[in-house]
Design a protein around this ligand. Structure first.
Ligand code: PLP
Length: 442
């Protein structure tokens, strides 16, 4: 089915080439629980290995269930091809390792998920890839930190806890003028933001969050926009312009478009070099679970976003809340970016500053009955966490503030329950927080 012109609600169910299982006519995507695939002949096997034919060889590198997920992800993001991986962390790591080696560097937004921060600042650095952190409030900071070894820019569309939307187009344009791709983690804004529309070259997702949506399965993905010329500045992208010793000395930036007729050297290298060698494959079972989530993603996202808007308005007027962080309430350039990139959908995360600092925040969380107290985002259920006593507790007070975590800061991730029930639960939490004030003062 040609689906490129279809709407997200349709793509989530029909995107890609899968219509039915060709052997059984099954409509739901089967779980192909197999490690390997029989070759029809020696010639067939040889053509698969040389990429003359694309087909299944071994499930570490490709699997038909995973392929359905990959094609649908590419369709909903408006990219060319996707690679599903075992986790969002694997996707972030691959996205950089695909372009950078020891001695190279990347420039990364300061506003990123803590796990990505650890991966980049410690693990990648220990492997010799220098990561330079740029304050995204001025896109020019990315240019300032660039040198001739810079291989990529990296950012998140809607990072928490600050919830300040990243200036994708501005930074992508700077990168393109220098031969540097912008890689965007779009985990928190699926469907709302389409980073490829603004010049991003690669999109990363943790599928564990909104796309899976049900809190059952960990997964990640890299999506190649096929919109970046890896050969334009050959010295900038050695992985695509020098012979690859593990692939018959092919220069992937040239050979892939010639052999496959598509500018997807980035995705091909991620699969046939990194996934082959590092092996962070997603299981077909998890891919199946995530496909179930993806099929209803457009419906759920609408409910998440409209609930969050209503909850944010409620909290804004509450006397026990001193501050509400929500992209719609941003000001100045941050508001302009929220409007431009989120297309009137402001996401489902809300930050609130509960009065009475740490004690208020703790009392609020402990009193909640409907919300789950978990270190996760993007579940269909409403979630809450108090970062100062959990995720950010190992940071100094000063470091917490730098990360946007004040003592009474609570992160809410609004689910798809009835909004009145969500608000009722928040009222219980805020009431407890107000009593914590009384206790502390007594
Ligand atoms: N990117 C973002 C924005 C995240 O919030 C997370 C996890 O919380 C990840 C990546 C990592 O994803 P995973 O937990 O699937 O490895």
């Amino acid at each position: 089915m040609t689906t490129t012109s279809k709407h997200p609600e349709t793509l989530a169910l029909h995107g890609g080439s899968y219509r039915k299982d060709t052997t059984t006519n099954a409509v739901a995507v089967p779980i192909y629980q197999t490690t390997s695939y029989e070759f029809n002949s020696v010639e067939h096997a040889s053509n698969l290995f040389s990429l003359k034919d694309l087909g299944n060889i071994y499930s570490r590198i490709m699997n038909p269930t995973n392929a359905v997920l990959e094609e649908r992800l590419a369709a909903i993001e408006g990219g060319a091809v996707a690679l599903a991986l075992s986790s969002g962390q694997a996707a972030s790591a691959f996205s950089i390792q695909n372009v950078a080696q020891a001695g190279d560097n990347i420039v990364c937004s300061t506003d990123i998920y803590g796990g990505t921060w650890n991966l980049f600042n410690n693990t990648l650095r220990a492997q010799g890839i220098d990561v330079r952190f740029a304050d995204p409030s001025d896109p020019e900071n990315f240019r300032k930190l660039t040198d001739d070894k810079t291989r990529a820019f990296y950012a998140e569309t809607l990072p928490n806890p600050k919830l300040t939307v990243f200036p994708i187009e501005e930074v992508a344009n700077i990168g393109r003028s220098l031969g540097i791709p912008l890689i965007v983690d779009n985990t928190a804004a699926p469907l709302s933001c389409k980073p490829f529309d603004y010049g991003a070259a690669v999109v990363v997702h943790s599928l564990t969050k909104w796309i899976g949506g049900h809190g059952t399965s960990v997964g990640g993905a890299i999506i190649d926009g096929a919109n970046f010329d890896w050969t334009k500045f050959p010295e900038r992208q050695p992985n695509f312009n020098q012979p690859d010793p593990s692939y018959w000395g092919w220069v992937l930036g040239k050979v892939v478009p010639e052999v496959l007729g598509a500018n997807i050297a980035y995705a091909v290298r991620a699969r046939f070099v990194l996934l082959r060698d590092l092996g962070s494959a997603i299981s077909p079972n998890n891919a199946f679970n995530i496909i179930q989530g993806l099929e209803t993603l457009p419906l759920r996202i609408k409910q998440h976003n409209s609930n969050a808007l209503e909850v944010a308005e409620f909290l804004k007027g509450h006397d026990q809340v001193s501050k509400v962080t929500f992209p719609k309430f941003a000001e100045g350039k941050a508001k302009e970016n929220a409007d431009k990139y989120l297309n009137d959908n402001y996401g489902s995360m809300i930050g609130i500053e509960v009065k009475n600092g740490v004690e208020g925040g703790k009392a609020f969380i402990d009193a909640l009955q409907l919300h789950y107290h978990v270190a996760n985002i993007g579940d269909s259920r409403s979630l809450a966490i108090h970062p100062a006593s959990t995720t950010h507790s190992q940071l100094s007070a000063e470091e917490q503030l730098k990360a946007g975590v004040t003592p009474g800061y609570v992160r809410l991730c609004v689910g798809i329950e009835h909004v009145e029930d969500i608000i009722e639960d928040l009222k219980i939490g805020l009431d407890a927080a107000s009593k914590a004030t009384t206790t502390a003062a007594a």
